[in-house]
Write a protein that binds this ligand. Sequence first.
Ligand SMILES: O=C(O)[C@H](O)COP(=O)(O)O
Length: 322
Amino acid sequence: MMKILANDGISAEGKEALEKAGHTVSTETIEQDKLIEVINNENYEALIVRSATVVRENLIDACPNLKFIGRGGVGMDNIDVEYARNKGIIVSNTPAASSQSVAELVMGHLFSISRSLHDSFKNMPANGANDFKVLKKKYGKGVELRGKTLGIIGFGRIGQSLASYALGCGMKVIAVSREEESVSIPLTIEGVGRIEAEVKTTTDISAMLAASDFISLHVPKQKDGSAVLGASEFDKMKDGVRIVNAARGGVIDEDALLAAIESGKVANVALDVFENEPNPRQDLLTNDKIATTPHIGAATVEAQARIGLELADIIVSNFGSK
Ligand SMILES: O=C(O)[C@H](O)COP(=O)(O)O
């Protein structure tokens, strides 16, 4: 049976499933610089992480007893996956469990930045009738989502889930993908029924940039670290575009983004992820055109429960149960 360290936590459901199968699970969070020592001293054979713990070559080399590295979530940029696999370690993420939660966070941000709710929340209550009138004017230039075009960059599980919500709200969707294909998006109205909408993806990112009122990114961190949206992409966008990034820090060039906000090209932005986590730059956090959340796309009760159970399934199917 495996001795498991869930360094960034695991849901109660996942822990229980693992313990029922005879594995032991610690959810103590060990500081990054103590991790190698603790894994070796405590004889952990499995390490489960989210995005906070970094698993690089040096840790993999220094912990020869590790048999499994689990990523509770999607992005694996904090793990040297190929290196670990070449050493015979099983590495697995839970790609499907959190799509809906991320898509819902993006919808929340779209509703927020279309009406500057994030900024209004901060400035209310107004200090007297005059302030109230000033704020009413300041926040009285919102836009509707219905009828607007949402450009989605990356049309995997999360991008497709976002499309189902956006289409349900009456938005038009332009999906950018590596290949042109027709993707069927289910629109389910609980208790009423289900219809399928066809979305034809495009590889022409420039055309999408020029046509979109809102843009949301759903791509992993690029292997070479380059941004997907930089100065030349902002130039191609509509004036007054609104953008959401709940994918990864670095897929938007943060300097170019601030410049595009400053010039008025970008009206509002929502960022759930940042180049420099967990210490994002202050000028992003204090800009009233930017709505921010602390990397919580997958952080719902439901997604974390599914993630924990999926990790438990993966461990049990690879390493057995009592
Ligand atoms: O890649 C992911 O799954 C999301 O970014 C969530 O990351 P988290 O598990 O650290 O919240």
